[in-house]
Design a protein around this ligand. Structure first.
Ligand SMILES: Nc1ncnc2c1ncn2[C@@H]1O[C@H](COP(=O)(O)OP(=O)(O)O)[C@@H](O)[C@H]1O
Ligand SMILES: [Mg+2]
Length: 237
C-alpha cells in the first residue's frame, strides 16, 4: 500500500534521461535529447513549447504508448522498460487515461457508450460499465447528453465526453496531448478548468500539452520544452 501524502510529495511517474530518436531512412531526428522529470501524485502540469519541440513524443512516453530510445520510465516505482508487452498494456489500461486533440470518439456510439468502451476492454460487465460511465458523464456535466452521438455535440462537449472516458477507469494519471487545439478560446479555457476541478475533486494527476500560454494560468507547474530539452520547470503555486 502506498502511503498517501499531500500533492507534490509522492512520485507517481519518473523519467530519467529520456531520449527519443526517430530514424527515417538515413536521417535521424532527435525528438527528446535527455529529459529527466518527476511527476507527483495530484499535480496539474502543463507542458508547453513550440511545434516540433517534442511535446507529443514526451506525452506518448509518459502515457506508456511509446518506449524511449534510451532512458528509464517508472510508474508508481515500477520500471516499465522491463515489463512484457502484456504486462505493459495491462498497466497502461489500469493506470493511464488519454485525451486527444481530435477527441477520438467512436461516431456510431452514443456519449454513454463511448465512455463505457475502456471498461468493456477491461472486461467489466455491461450493467456496471453503464453505471460507472453514467457517473463519469455526470462529473463532466453531460448527464443530459448520454444518448447523443458525438456528431451532434459541440467540440467542447466532445472533449468533455473524452475526459469522462479517460476518467472512467479511475486512472492514476490523465495524459492529454493538445486537448484544446481544436477548440475556440472560451471552450479551451473551460476544458482546462474542468480538468482542474477533476484534479482537485478526484485527486487525479493531469499532464497536458498546449502551445497556448493563456492556458498556463490554471496550472500548478509548467514545463517548457524546446528542441527536445526541458528548458524551465516552474511550480506556480
Ligand atoms: N513518428 C515520427 N517519425 C519521424 N519524426 C517524428 C515522428 N514523430 C515526431 N517526429 C519529429 O520529432 C520532433 C518532435 O515532434 P513532436 O514530439 O510531435 O513535437 P510537438 O508535439 O511539440 O510538435 C519533430 O521534429 C517531428 O517532426
Ligand atoms: Mg504535438
Amino acid at each position: 500500500m502506498a502511503v498517501t501524502r499531500a500533492a507534490g510529495e509522492e512520485v507517481l511517474l519518473s523519467l530519467s534521461d529520456i531520449r527519443r530518436d526517430y530514424v527515417l531512412g538515413q536521417a535521424r531526428v532527435e525528438a527528446l535529447r535527455g529529459v529527466s522529470l518527476r511527476i507527483h501524485r495530484g499535480e496539474f502540469v502543463a507542458v508547453w513549447g513550440p511545434s516540433g519541440s517534442g511535446k507529443s513524443s514526451l506525452m506518448n512516453i509518459l502515457g506508456l504508448v511509446d518506449a524511449p530510445t534510451s532512458g528509464e520510465v517508472s510508474l508508481e516505482g515500477v520500471p516499465v522498460g522491463k515489463l512484457s508487452d502484456n504486462a505493459l498494456s495491462d498497466l497502461r489500461s489500469r493506470k493511464v487515461g488519454f485525451v486527444f486533440q481530435s477527441f477520438n470518439l467512436v461516431p456510431v456510439l452514443s456519449a454513454l457508450e463511448n465512455v463505457m468502451v475502456p471498461l468493456q476492454i477491461q472486461g467489466v460487465g455491461a450493467s456496471e460499465a453503464r453505471a460507472r460511465a453514467s457517473q463519469a458523464l455526470q462529473e463532466v456535466g453531460l448527464e443530459n447528453q448520454s444518448s447523443a452521438r458525438p456528431d451532434k455535440m459541440s467540440g467542447g462537449q466532445r472533449q468533455r465526453v473524452a475526459i469522462a472516458r479517460a476518467l472512467v477507469t479511475a486512472p492514476s494519471i490523465v495524459v492529454a496531448d493538445e486537448p484544446t487545439a481544436n477548440l475556440d478560446t472560451e471552450n479551451s479555457y473551460r476544458v482546462v478548468e474542468l480538468m482542474r476541478e477533476l484534479n482537485r475533486s478526484k485527486r487525479v494527476t493531469f499532464i497536458f500539452t498546449t502551445h497556448d500560454p493563456r492556458l498556463l494560468d490554471l496550472v500548478d507547474r509548467k514545463l517548457l520544452l524546446k528542441d527536445g530539452l526541458l528548458q524551465t520547470d516552474e511550480t506556480v503555486r
